[in-house]
Unconditional design. Structure first.
Length: 296
């Protein structure tokens, strides 16, 4: 009987140990799977084009969004009221200039130009979206400011619109015609691309970045006074894009032997943040950096 009791105790211990081992192993496997999914999600975010990536990151970052203060809610309500009345003059006073549009559409330099181009940016769809919006559709996202509808529009905490990522039908058609014109003005070796991203001028070079296909970018450079119809001095392919944060800021990286070219695009930033920064590294050490406040 004693032997039988000992056997039962040993069996019970083994059974309990096996159960806990199973639970521990299952938990470990779940954690590994979660980590794998997180890493896959990071890759997906990095591979998405501009606004789509910003939207996805914003959705994943909801827990980091801060509650709006009473004064911010009042400023949002004031902006909504302007759109309800379609008060173009009032709205023009709530814009941070220059207001950048997706390249190659020219930026809006000041209030007077904004009034003329108001309907290009704010079509009836966007006007109604803002006019009929609820406070729950607006959220503060740290230093980036206040975001509306997953990034269609951004404003600072003073109620000033800093960025509009929404693109109207007019702007989509305008982009198509401007891209066609740009292709006609380029050297024959550069005419094939999907989208122009931006141009930057340093003291020495004129540089343009184009998207050849999804997530594949090209860097072309001329001496600053050369025409883009001439053969470029340097062409780099296989540029890779990586998004930084929730506002659409990103960097496109090109590798050329021991040299790495990084082009940073800051969609959201402070008053002193440059729009575009070009950095060149040699063997991982930065030796050239150029900051610009224009993309044309």
């Amino acid at each position: 009987m004693k032997n039988r009791g000992v056997i039962l105790v040993i069996f019970a211990v083994l059974l309990i140990s096996g159960f806990w081992y199973y639970m521990y192993t299952s938990l470990q496997l779940k954690q590994v799977e979660m980590l794998r999914q997180i890493e896959e999600q990071k890759i997906k975010i990095q591979e998405l084009p501009g606004n789509e990536a910003a939207r996805l990151i914003d959705e994943k970052a909801e827990i980091k969004q801060q509650e709006l203060e009473d004064k911010e809610i009042e400023r949002i309500k004031a902006l909504i009221a302007l759109f309800k009345k379609k008060d173009i003059d009032g709205i023009s006073n709530k814009i941070s200039y220059p207001l950048y549009r997706q390249y190659p559409i020219p930026q809006i330099k000041d209030k007077e130009e904004f009034k003329k181009r108001f309907s290009e940016v704010f079509d009836q769809i966007l006007i109604d979206k803002i006019a009929n919006s609820q406070i729950s559709e607006w959220s503060e996202v740290g230093w980036r400011g206040i975001m509306f509808d997953n990034g269609d529009l951004w404003m600072d905490t003073d109620g000033v619109i800093t960025s509009i990522n929404y693109q109207s039908g007019f702007e989509k058609n305008l982009m198509t015609s401007l891209i066609a014109k740009e292709k006609g003005d380029l050297h024959t070796s550069l005419k094939t691309f999907k989208n122009p991203i931006f141009k930057i001028k340093t003291k020495i070079y004129l540089i343009r970045i184009d998207e050849l296909s999804d997530y594949n970018y090209r860097y072309a450079a001329w001496k600053v006074n050369d025409n883009e119809t001439s053969k470029p001095d340097l062409v780099l392919n296989n540029g890779q894009i990586q998004y930084e944060g929730s506002g659409g800021n990103h960097v496109i990286t090109f590798v050329n032997g021991i040299y790495t070219y990084k082009v940073y695009r800051n969609v959201i930033g402070t008053d002193t943040t440059p729009d575009i920064t070009l950095e060149v590294e040699e063997n991982g050490i930065s030796y050239f950096k150029n900051r610009r406040h224009t993309n044309s």
